[in-house]
Design a protein around this ligand. Structure first.
Ligand SMILES: O=C(O)CCC(=O)C(=O)O
Ligand SMILES: [Fe+2]
Length: 331
């Protein structure tokens, strides 16, 4: 997968980051979101520093009820436990970010499929894709509520960036309006395959190969004890020595990172950061790994135009289609 016809620097970079690299410890800022409206200036300062430097941060007191997170994880497990032919009733339609796929995402960095399956929810595109109530009771209701909580938290974070970029406070909220058919933010449930019976060669693969996200902002829910996520900030990634840092799957935090869409939209002020999910080592927990990621991606008809006009304006639709084309095998 070294097709460079997409013409984007970020894609060309991805093809170079398949190796193991070095490990280094770095501080991943932890940011308190409590009392948001009164503390917004202080929160904005902390978010801005994190997003312009390492591009990753962990939010606590974030307002998404822990019970809802637990329930969403439980339903995700129930769904992935269904037999393959049941899940195959809800196939990912290429280019839509909606439905189920099994080992179809090929990363330009590795050229091989991630060892995972995923089920993606992009609300306007879910016709025929929700599992039947008898298969996973309450799935649709709970995950729709969870999706909306993630949207609300993402909009709080993006509003802080809007303030600093000189946009109106609701600028990004308007650009991610969830009540229109043009909404294309995605909740992705992910199941990385257990490695208990894997062959030695399988351990050489990646659970998720090195990549940057396409979106504006990713909110990632991890399970304590199910680590493996590693990041590599851009300023290191441009050089030869690539040093990676473990992102701990702490209880009670939502791990966030900036994606390429917001990097472009902010005239490169906010940093989209390379990350990956490594395989467990032989002494690590070898069981399956579950995570849930909400990708805030500007609506299809939103024009991405930076405050200083560094890049040609482009719609959210054109941007996402360009990036999806490079990542899914069946495209
Ligand atoms: O599962 C994780 O911890 C990270 C997933 C991820 O980076 C992605 O799906 O873009
Ligand atoms: Fe990612």
């Amino acid at each position: 997968m070294t097709d460079t016809s997409y013409g984007l620097q970020e894609l060309n970079d991805e093809t170079r980051f398949g190796g193991e690299g070095e490990l280094v410890e770095r501080d991943i800022p932890q940011i308190d979101m409590s009392d948001y409206f009164n503390r917004k200036e202080e929160i904005t300062e902390a978010l801005w520093n994190a997003a312009t430097e390492i591009g990753f941060f962990q939010l606590y007191n974030h307002g998404i009820p822990q019970d809802l997170i637990d329930e969403a994880f439980w339903l995700s497990g129930e769904f992935f436990d269904l037999p393959a032919d049941a899940k195959a009733q809800y196939p990912l339609k290429p280019g839509t970010n909606a439905g189920w796929e099994y080992m179809e995402q090929v990363r330009p960095s590795t050229g091989t499929a991630d060892r995972k399956e995923s089920y993606q929810i992009t609300l306007p595109r879910m016709s025929g894709l929700w599992p039947k109530g008898a298969e996973v009771p309450q799935f649709k209701e709970v995950l729709m509520a969870f999706e909306r909580h993630n949207w609300a938290l993402a909009m709080k974070v993006l509003s802080c960036f809007a303030d600093r970029l000189g946009f109106a406070t609701d600028f990004f909220t308007d650009g991610h309006d969830p009540d229109t058919k043009a909404y294309q933010s995605t909740l992705r449930l992910i199941h990385y395959l257990g490695m208990e019976d894997a062959k030695p060669a399988d351990f050489k693969a990646w659970r998720a190969g090195a990549h940057t996200d396409f979106d504006c902002l990713t909110l990632l829910h991890q399970k304590p004890g199910q680590g493996g996520l590693q990041l590599c900030p851009g300023k290191d990634a441009k050089g030869r020595a690539i040093a990676w840092t473990d992102v701990p799957p702490l209880a009670g935090v939502v791990t966030c990172n900036i994606g390429d869409m917001l990097m472009r939209w902010s005239d490169d002020k906010l940093q989209s950061t390379l990350h990956r999910v490594r395989m467990p080592k032989p002494d690590d927990y070898l069981g399956p790994r579950y995570s849930m990621a909400y990708f805030a991606q500007a609506n299809m008809d939103t024009l991405l135009e930076g405050p200083e006009g560094k890049y040609e304006p482009m719609t959210g639709h054109d941007y996402i289609q360009m990036r999806l084309g490079a990542n899914f095998a069946r495209q």
